[in-house]
Design a protein around this ligand. Structure first.
Ligand code: 2P0
Length: 349
């Protein structure tokens, strides 16, 4: 066709984030508004990440999406929310007189291709990187800038935190319209260069209960979750932010482990109960406490999301020794039923 039919193509990547104060439970399902604030560490780019390419062209008849090479249903309500909100913002910016590259592209349909470099739905926060990347890439294509975490949040709650690097809080907000439920950087990625993140893959199988339905059941049935959201997390957020700002590893580590444990306790308090940890997860928890106890110092912390994989936080100087300890207790050649630890990967925060 003529030059007007040339597609406009943009590719971006977004990294996974690991929550140290966990998000679990919504007060509004449609807008994805949480019952508590949360805080996470965004991994370094080029580690665990999603890569998304968006193309727009006058010649495309409809919006379409492919995830890891397979075409998926574009009518998914959360996808539709993100597309609608980006197009709304584009229109609004343009009506405000902000110059743009191509006025005609607003009516254009999009084709989206997204790939993860890690297993999807194994509790490795694939939806967080995925929706963050989708929203960011769409914004690039349509030429919109500024606050986008409120849109990413409507794709998947935890995705709003992957819109920023470093240490990021998702402030729950208190408005009914969700306009104040946004992510905010607490410290940039350069803040704590000695911090390391190890991902221990305990199982790459798909998790039994998805986060969205799991947290819904927890909100309906767990009084521990209500207590946590109202009386524990507000104080813990303040302590965690202070620990991050001071680079106080023992406090950061202790809060991280306590918050992971309380999240999994709320899963057990859910009825019917939800089990995300397996025997390997429990062994890792014991090992970390024995290791720290040996030194009478909190040198290593664990955290677990909606799956059995452990994420370990430590400082650079302790990585070689702790990896040796892991190799000793979980030799790679050992065959275990379904919970084989098959990789230790060291990441920079
Ligand atoms: C977190 N998780 O803060 C917590 C810890 C899992 C355990 O955010 O329904 O996939 O899309 O908003 O974001 C997983 O929840 O759920 C999650 P939706 P999401 O990282």
């Amino acid at each position: 066709g003529d030059s007007m039919d040339k597609p406009n193509i943009v590719t971006c990547t977004a990294p996974v984030n690991i929550a140290v104060i966990k998000y679990w439970g919504k007060r509004n399902e449609e807008l994805i508004l949480p019952i508590n604030s949360s805080l996470s560490v965004t991994l370094h780019q080029d580690q665990l990440k999603t890569t998304t390419t968006v193309a727009t062209s006058r010649s495309f008849q409809e919006d379409r999406i492919w995830l890891n090479g397979k075409e998926e249903d574009i009518t998914h309500p959360r996808l539709q929310s993100c597309l609608r909100e980006i197009r709304r913002l584009t229109r609004k910016r343009r009506n405000d007189g902000v110059p743009c590259l191509d006025l005609s592209c607003l009516s254009h349909k999009v084709r989206i291709c997204s790939v993860n470099n890690f297993p999807t739905a194994a509790g490795l926060a694939s939806s967080a990187a995925g929706f963050a990347c989708l929203v960011y890439t769409l914004a690039q294509v349509f030429g919109v800038e500024g606050e986008l975490s409120g849109i990413a949040r409507q794709g998947s709650g935890s995705a709003c935190r992957s819109m920023y690097g470093g240490f990021v809080q998702w402030i729950m907000g208190n408005q009914d319209d969700g306009k104040d439920s946004l992510a905010q950087q607490v410290e940039p990625e350069t803040h704590w260069p000695e911090l390391r993140v190890l991902v221990l893959v305990a199982s790459a199988e798909r998790k039994p209960v998805g986060s969205t339905s799991g947290m819904q059941t927890s909100v309906e049935t767990s009084c521990l979750l209500k207590h946590r959201a109202e009386s524990v997390v507000p104080g813990r957020m303040a302590e965690m932010i202070e620990a991050v700002q001071k680079k106080d590893f023992p406090t950061f580590a202790e809060l991280t482990m306590k918050d992971s444990n309380q999240f999994h306790a709320t899963c057990l308090d859910t009825y019917p109960p939800i089990f995300y940890l397996n025997s390997v997860s429990h062994q890792i928890i014991s090992l970390v406490h024995r290791y720290n106890g040996h030194y009478r110092d909190t040198r290593v912390a664990y955290t677990f999301d909606a799956g059995p994989n452990a994420v370990i936080f430590t400082l650079q100087q302790h990585v070689p020794e702790f990896v040796q300890v892991l190799k000793h207790f979980f030799p790679p050649e050992t065959k275990r039923e379904h919970d084989v630890i098959f990789s230790y990967v060291v990441f920079k925060a």
